[in-house]
Structures are given as structure tokens and as C-alpha cells.
Design a protein around this ligand. Structure first.
Ligand code: ADP
Ligand code: ASP
Ligand code: MG
Length: 410
């Protein structure tokens, strides 16, 4: 008998029939003698709908605390419906909101971080022979207010609960049957991976593969939670996220991630003197805008250009923050482009192989794709390209690094 935490995403609980399907799947595990804790997302499309309502009500600038109250309501609906569906199958089930668990977070509304989880209520439910059904994505702040963990955060709720409960496995049940070499919606020939290392999965998730919330992978790695991505709808082993790949021979590239929601800003003609980066980026950071890639060109005539990327949703705010800074430091102009995308190749095998960068750049060049920015680490290479070339870039690199299905060794 194992203790398993299962998380069902939005598509998996998208309508009444699907919720019934999830209940039947959970019941199957119970009948095999396992203890199951279920974490659910809001029904698909619901969080987007709630965000849009809040945005409309507040003319695009809603209060973060009230947005959390609003967006967390989606998961409240799902936990109740799933419990009712489980009751129909004579399975005892009890719903838990974030503060009923309680899952304590800091007070950063909209992107709260988990600080501590009380497990006694959940453990009591399990002892009573009940399936606890927990609302993902939400927690409770230090003042008792509802907080949310950021979009896609139910994965993190599930892994954190699995860590706190010392569960035998955390299963992320979704609409794909595992982690693929690239988003299977974009690359038809992408193939499912049996295993992927935490390190690689963390890079892929952080670089845009939304199959797992990055914080969930971080948690799983830190607390050694066996984490599996699998389909809600079809049987199969899914993908196990492991400490070490079981293959002795590491593939050069394990996967390709893309992120469409990027934008870049350039301050040109900036005096090339100490302190400039901090002058430009300080106010951006203080406005809680996350800066990703940064490039400062070598100065000529005492002037330089400074370019950085932000999430597309922060583009306009970053632009308005930059204008007065540019004036203050005597820069020539602020320009930007919000039709860019980031494509990244990830693989632990890159550590021991030179030439991956050259192959990447040659491949993009042969497709006539201009690289606007580059950033590398030990196990990844990211490039910024015009958004219109993103899909082509992902497909070309997927085939360059032999990731296509049909190229699997026999
Ligand atoms: P859920 O609602 O279950 O949380 P998500 O939509 O958040 O599901 O994540 C699953 C989606 O992630 C898939 O439908 C797929 O399009 C996308 N995805 C992106 N990259 C990958 C990848 N490398 N492998 C599998 N799925 C991926
Ligand atoms: N419902 C939330 C969202 O759509 C959380 C999640 O699905 O993981 O972002
Ligand atoms: Mg998700």
C-alpha cells in the first residue's frame, strides 16, 4: 500500500463527465489499497475567465489581494464537485481549501511562496478512511488572507503536499502522457521521455515548458519527491523525474522549450560608466518586474547599448519606467519589441560535449533565422528570435539534435 498524491489539471476536470472520470480513476487506486490525496486545479478556462473579470473591473490594475480571492475560487468549485463525484462511487472524500489544510505561504499575492504545511488535518482524514481533495494553487498568508502561488501553481501545491506527507509518489495527471522532447502541440514528431533529470526538467519548466510549474520541480528535487507526469485519460508509465538519468549515455539534448510571452527593451546611447546597469534595472526590479536576459554591448565613444528581456505582460510598464531613467542618465533613446520569443535547448549531456552552441547557431542560420540574443549555462542554450520564427526554430533544432520520433535508435 502506498501513499500517493495525485494532481489533476484543468483539462482533466474540465466538465462534469471528466470529473466523474477522475473520480473513477481515484477510486481505482483506492480499490488497490492505496491511500490517495488529490489536488485539483480549476476547471479549464476558469482561471483565465476570473482573471479577465478582475482586470475588467479594475481597469487593468486590480488589487493583488482581491485578485487572489477571486482566482482561488475556481479551485473551490472543483474540489466540491470531485468530492461529490467520489461520494457517488461510495468513496469517502473530504474537500480542503488552502487555509483548511493549512498550506502557509508568504504574503506575496499572486506569486506566494510556500513556507510550511500542516499535515495533521490531512492525516486525520486519511486515518478516517477519507480521500482528502485539496484545492491547488492556493494557500494562506500570515494575516489569514487567501494567497495564490502563480499560474500553473497547482503542480507546486501537489509536490509540496507530497513532500510534507512523505508520500511515496507525486503524480501530475494531465492531458499529455508525459514529458516530451518538445511541446507535442508544436512538434508532432516529439517523443515521450521515460525519464528526465530534475536538473533538466527544472530548466525546461523555467524556460517555458508549462507541463510542470518550475517551483514544483524545485520542491521535488529539494525534498526528494518521486515525481511522475502522466495522462489522466490513457494508461501508461508517463515520465519519471529522477535524480540521475538511468541511461549511462546522456543524450546531448533532452528537450526543447519555448516561451512566446517575451519582450525586449533597449536603452541606446547610454554613458558607459559604473553604476549604469543598476540605475536602469533598479526601478524595474523594485516594480517586481522579472528581468531575464541582459546584454550590454561593448561601448564605443563612451556610449553603450543596454538590452534586457521581460515577460510580455510587463512590457508597457517597463517601458514607462525606463523613459524617465533614460532621460536622467542622458541616454539617447528607449526602444523595444514585444514580438519576440525564446527558444532553449536543454541537456545534461552538453556539459561533456563541446560544439552544441555552434550546431545550434548553424542550424538557425540555415533556416535564415536571426538570433537577437543568446544566453547559456552549463546545460542550456537559449536564443531570442522574432516570434514569427519560433515554431520553425523549435522544429529545426528538434530535428538537428535527433529528437524526432522516427530517428529513435532501433
Ligand atoms: P494542466 O492543466 O493539466 O496543468 P498544462 O496545460 O498546464 O496542463 O500542461 C500540459 C501541457 O503542457 C500540454 O498539453 C502541452 O501542450 C504542454 N507542454 C509544453 N511543453 C511540453 C513538453 N515538453 N512535454 C509535454 N507537454 C508539454
Ligand atoms: N488554476 C490555476 C491556473 O490556471 C492553477 C493551475 O491550474 O495550476 O493557473
Ligand atoms: Mg499546469
Amino acid at each position: 500500500m502506498a501513499l500517493i498524491v495525485q494532481k489533476y489539471g484543468g483539462t482533466s476536470v474540465g466538465d462534469i463527465e471528466r470529473i466523474k472520470g477522475v473520480a473513477a480513476r481515484v477510486a481505482g487506486y483506492c480499490q488497490q489499497g492505496h491511500q490517495v490525496v488529490v489536488v485539483v486545479s480549476a476547471m479549464s478556462g476558469e482561471t483565465n475567465r476570473l482573471v479577465a473579470l478582475g482586470q475588467e473591473m479594475a481597469d487593468g490594475d486590480p488589487d493583488a489581494r482581491e485578485m487572489d480571492v477571486l482566482t482561488a475560487s475556481g479551485e473551490q468549485v472543483s474540489i466540491a464537485l470531485l468530492c461529490l463525484a467520489l461520494h457517488n462511487l461510495s468513496i469517502r472524500a473530504r474537500s480542503f481549501l488552502g487555509d483548511q489544510v493549512a498550506l502557509h505561504t508568504d504574503d506575496t499575492h499572486g506569486k506566494a511562496r510556500i513556507k510550511r504545511i500542516d499535515t495533521n488535518h490531512l492525516e486525520q482524514a486519511l486515518t478516517d478512511g477519507c480521500v482528502p481533495v485539496v484545492a491547488g494553487f492556493q494557500g494562506v498568508g500570515s494575516d489569514g488572507a487567501i494567497t495564490t502561488l502563480g499560474r500553473g501553481g497547482s503542480d507546486t501545491s501537489a509536490v509540496a503536499l507530497a513532500a510534507a506527507l512523505k508520500a511515496d509518489e507525486c503524480e501530475i495527471c494531465t492531458d499529455v502522457d508525459g514529458v516530451y522532447t518538445a511541446d507535442p502541440r508544436l512538434v508532432e514528431s516529439a517523443r515521450r521521455l521515460d525519464h528526465i533529470t530534475f536538473e533538466e526538467m527544472l530548466e525546461l519548466a523555467s524556460l517555458g515548458s508549462k507541463v510542470l510549474h518550475p517551483r514544483s520541480v524545485e520542491f521535488a528535487g529539494r525534498y526528494d519527491v518521486p515525481l511522475r507526469v502522466m495522462s489522466t485519460f490513457v494508461e501508461g508509465p508517463g515520465t519519471l523525474i529522477t535524480i540521475e538519468s538511468e541511461n549511462m549515455e546522456q543524450p546531448l539534448v533532452s528537450g526543447i522549450a519555448h516561451a512566446r510571452d517575451e519582450a525586449k527593451l533597449t536603452v541606446s546611447g547610454v554613458p558607459d560608466i559604473p553604476g549604469i546597469a543598476s540605475k536602469i534595472l533598479g526601478p524595474i526590479g523594485r516594480a517586481n518586474i522579472e528581468v531575464d536576459m541582459i546584454v550590454q554591448n561593448t561601448g564605443a565613444d563612451g556610449l553603450t547599448d543596454f538590452t534586457f528581456t521581460v515577460k510580455r505582460q510587463d512590457y508597457h510598464q517597463a517601458q514607462s519606467l525606463l523613459k524617465p531613467i533614460a532621460e536622467e542618465i542622458g541616454a539617447r533613446e528607449v526602444s523595444g519589441d514585444n514580438e519576440i520569443a525564446k527558444v532553449s535547448i536543454v541537456g545534461v549531456g552538453m556539459r561533456s560535449h563541446a560544439g552544441v552552441a555552434t550546431r545550434t547557431f548553424d542550424c538557425l542560420a540555415s533556416e535564415n533565422i536571426n538570433i537577437q540574443m543568446i544566453s547559456t549555462s552549463e546545460i542550456k542554450i537559449s536564443v531570442v528570435v522574432a516570434e514569427k520564427y519560433m515554431e520553425l526554430a523549435v522544429r529545426a533544432l528538434h530535428s538537428e539534435f535527433d529528437l524526432n520520433n522516427e530517428e529513435l535508435p532501433q
